[in-house]
Design a protein around this ligand. Structure first.
Ligand code: AMP
Length: 139
């Protein structure tokens, strides 16, 4: 498998070299809003340690990422009144992965509302900021 690229976008966000709408961080994980959300409140959970995807991530880092994903899912139910949550996680190009630092998509779902396309349209920055604030308040 291809080696981890330290210049991927999410590594730059972790190092503070690229902006993001941050929601949460702890010792092992970092959470921010997806810039092209498939639904209102779509967040990404990443490990702080480098990992390309599920094929090379350390077991404990994966546990930490999923525990944080659940925390965010619970906050999304509260913050957005979501009816459900969709979790997505893609591996390698053939698996739909575009950014090569492991990430878990946590997407609030609402009865009768379909997901928008993956990497579809860029969201307005003010909306991303407002949704990040709502999520932070619900944690
Ligand atoms: P994938 O690797 O297929 O899971 O897709 C990468 C995801 O990252 C997509 O949902 C993009 O909208 C999202 N994304 C790409 N660049 C950024 C960024 N700078 N900030 C937040 N989300 C991003």
């Amino acid at each position: 498998m291809t080696a981890y690229d330290t210049d991927n976008i999410f590594a730059k966000i972790l190092r503070g070299e690229m902006p993001c709408h941050k929601v949460y961080e702890d010792e092992h994980t970092f959470v921010f809003m997806d810039i092209m959300p498939r639904g209102d409140g779509h967040a990404l959970v990443i490990p702080k340690n480098p990992a390309r995807n599920i094929l090379d991530v350390d077991d404990q880092d994966l546990v930490h990422v999923m525990a944080t994903a659940r925390k965010i899912a619970q906050a999304q139910i509260k913050a957005f009144g979501a009816d459900g949550i969709t979790i997505n996680q893609f591996n390698e190009s053939a698996g739909g992965q575009v950014v090569f630092h492991l990430h878990v998509h946590v997407i609030p779902r609402f009865d009768g509302i379909a997901l928008k396309p993956h990497t579809g349209q860029m969201e307005d920055q003010d909306i991303l900021a407002a949704n990040a604030e709502k999520l932070r308040s619900a944690l």
